[in-house]
Design a protein around this ligand. Structure first.
Ligand SMILES: *[C@@H]1O[C@H](CO)[C@@H](O)[C@H](O)[C@H]1NC(C)=O
Ligand SMILES: *[C@@H]1O[C@H](CO)[C@@H](O)[C@H](O)[C@H]1NC(C)=O
Ligand SMILES: *[C@@H]1O[C@H](CO)[C@@H](O)[C@H](O)[C@H]1NC(C)=O
Ligand SMILES: *[C@@H]1O[C@H](CO)[C@@H](O)[C@H](O)[C@H]1NC(C)=O
Ligand SMILES: *[C@@H]1O[C@H](CO)[C@@H](O)[C@H](O)[C@H]1NC(C)=O
Ligand SMILES: *[C@@H]1O[C@H](CO)[C@@H](O)[C@H](O)[C@H]1NC(C)=O
Ligand SMILES: *[C@@H]1O[C@H](CO)[C@@H](O)[C@H](O)[C@H]1NC(C)=O
Ligand SMILES: CC(=O)N[C@H]1CO[C@H](CO)[C@@H](O)[C@@H]1O
Length: 481
């Protein structure tokens, strides 16, 4: 019944904007003897940086300290994109630190915050409440926007809040302070600052920070603007309500806006080559609902091209790869793949009430099916599965580390919000960075980061007993994990 409900809303036929023809851009890497990854600039803008300007954080506490410090110091801009803003003490401290920042007080610092409408509005004490003081202190220099998925329409009044999230979310995790970008998979919320393991890269680069600041602004245009009295309105330059006006128009206008922005940035960044850099960053954007599919195309190609002898470490908090990724991994990819996922006891939903309490088991069931599939095609030798378990912690880390054949160290990583699942590809707004580097120190640090996470991975027990009622749940809701 519920499933049928959702399919109606999701299958609403919307023709998506067509992607522009791809142009071939020069390979930016200095080691030209290999064509590995040289196709990347044709898919996304390329930002050359120096490895010294990238810091890898590995602990939630470091992530929080960095956010707090930057909130206190930011001079010209603070831009956040997150699923929501938590309401605990730690989150409140962030807001107070911003409020006390001298440059914020006198109106020099521009603040832009983009959250998800559904998640940011859930419960009485929600993100909107916690951010209100910022708007009250300085509404002119602070814009808070809530992205409302266009798929969630008249039905929304009929289904409870929590289920609304199934329709698609603003899931990008970007924290920008002046010329520094902190990219992560972590929400701005208590667990992510204390005992929920995620990944965090801090990059100091004006151009990259500008790029993401601009992207957030594009999304703000078709999101709902929050005012200091908790009222929502459309952006002055936008005239369509995401939940009432024509779905087709909303999707094609919003999609065009983002596509146009990405295309323009790609041309500006990639048509000339810059010398003297050792690291290249490709921001990948995925907004399946709006027809923007940069991330899925690049991820697929990376997996498909991976040759025999290469090692891929693929991590995800929630293990349910899309069928395309799964088939690519099993049938095209020739690399050895080490998959890391949350142990059921480290899944954020462990102990939740019915039916969410069944979610950890559902993921085990899905992992078991993947194993069976790879075995039936004679590919299981290439795959190992591990489950992250740390006493008192939950696991939410995701991404990929790419070790080329005969290499001890990775020279590419993917870091950001997507989970490699159907939701990430089709419904949510997501972004991650592909970071390619020739710098040995950064390669070592990426390797250490990866090893540190995998060290806490136990060999996956795909034989564990799964309650019978979870089977139909996985069947009915398989598109929603
Ligand atoms: C909302 O959360 C803030 C931050 O933790 C807290 O100070 C406040 O008392 C909460 N308000 C309500 C009504 O629960
Ligand atoms: C705001 O305060 C900062 C720090 O005190 C100062 O450097 C800056 O010039 C001030 N800007 C304005 C517009 O007053
Ligand atoms: C907020 O939005 C308004 C209206 O669209 C714009 O004029 C202003 O520059 C924005 N402020 C910030 C901080 O970006
Ligand atoms: C934070 O974001 C993740 C996705 O990145 C989402 O699935 C999860 O529900 C959020 N965490 C919490 C504690 O709500
Ligand atoms: C790296 O950081 C230094 C200062 O920390 C800055 O001057 C420089 O512009 C940055 N380099 C790049 C490529 O952004
Ligand atoms: C409205 O959209 C413009 C252009 O995308 C953006 O710069 C501005 O910040 C948005 N205003 C608000 C209030 O979100
Ligand atoms: C990554 O490592 C492989 C193997 O040494 C090498 O051929 C390739 O050039 C490297 N790629 C980059 C971008 O450094
Ligand atoms: C193994 C498995 O059951 N995977 C499911 C995860 O989600 C996708 C996308 O909806 C389903 O098609 C898969 O069957």
């Amino acid at each position: 019944m519920l499933r049928k409900f959702f399919s109606i809303a999701l299958d609403a036929t919307v023709s998506l904007p067509v992607q522009a023809e791809s142009v071939l851009y020069p390979c930016p890497f200095t080691r030209k003897e290999t064509l590995q990854f040289s196709w990347l600039p044709s898919f996304a803008p390329c930002f050359p940086v120096r490895a010294e300007n990238i810091t890898i954080l590995t602990e939630p506490g470091q992530f929080y300290d960095a956010l707090l410090k930057k909130c206190g110091e930011a001079k010209e801009r603070v831009t956040f994109a997150s699923l929501y803003f938590g309401t605990g003490q730690l989150e409140e401290n962030l807001v107070h630190t911003l409020l006390d920042n001298q440059h914020v007080r006198n109106g020099t610092t521009k603040i832009n915050i983009l959250l998800d409408y559904t998640r940011g509005s859930r419960y009485k004490n929600n993100s909107r409440v916690i951010l209100k003081p910022l708007l009250q202190q300085n509404e002119r220099n602070c814009n808070v926007s809530l992205y409302h998925t266009p798929i969630l329409r008249g039905l929304k009044r009929l289904v409870p809040d929590r289920w609304n999230e199934l329709f698609g979310l603003q899931h990008m995790k970007l924290y920008i302070f002046d010329d520094t970008l902190l990219v992560s998979g972590a929400n701005l919320s208590n667990d992510y600052f204390t005992n929920r393991q995620d990944r965090y890269y801090m990059i100091k680069d004006r151009d990259l920070a500008d790029f993401y600041n601009g992207l957030v602004k594009q999304v703000q245009r078709f999101s709902l603007r929050l005012d200091k009295n908790d009222k929502l309105q459309l952006n002055r330059t936008w005239s369509q309500l995401p939940y009432a006006d024509s779905l087709q128009d909303f999707v094609s206008n919003a999609g065009d806006l983002v596509d146009g922005y990405l295309g323009q940035c790609k041309n500006e960044q990639n048509s000339y080559k810059r010398e003297g850099y050792d690291t290249w960053i490709f921001p990948l954007v995925q907004m399946g609902q709006l027809g923007v599919r940069q991330d899925a195309l690049v991820t697929e190609r990376l997996l498909a091209d991976a040759p025999s002898g290469a090692n891929l470490c693929i991590a995800t908090g929630y293990f349910n790869l899309t069928s395309t990724y799964m088939e690519t991994l099993v049938n095209k990819c020739r690399a050895d793949c080490k998959l890391l996922m949350a142990h059921p006891n480290a899944n954020g939903f462990q102990g939740a009430s019915f039916p969410s309490g069944g979610i950890p088991d559902a993921y085990s069931l899905i992992a078991r099916r993947f194993k069976l599939m790879s075995e039936s095609l004679g590919q299981s030798e290439r795959f190992t599965m591990r489950e992250y378990l740390r006493e008192g912690w939950t696991y939410h880390g995701k991404g990929l580390w790419y070790y080329s054949p005969d290499q001890e160290l990775p020279n590419l990583t993917l870091i950001g919000s997507p989970n490699f699942g159907e939701r990430s590809v089709k419904r949510d707004l997501e972004t991650q960075l592909a970071i390619v580097t020739e710098n040995s120190r950064l390669r070592e640090e990426m390797d250490e980061e990866c090893k540190k996470l995998y060290k806490l991975g136990l060999p996956a027990n795909v034989e564990r007993t799964i309650p019978l009622w979870v089977y139909p749940m996985v069947f009915f809701f398989r598109g929603f994990f």
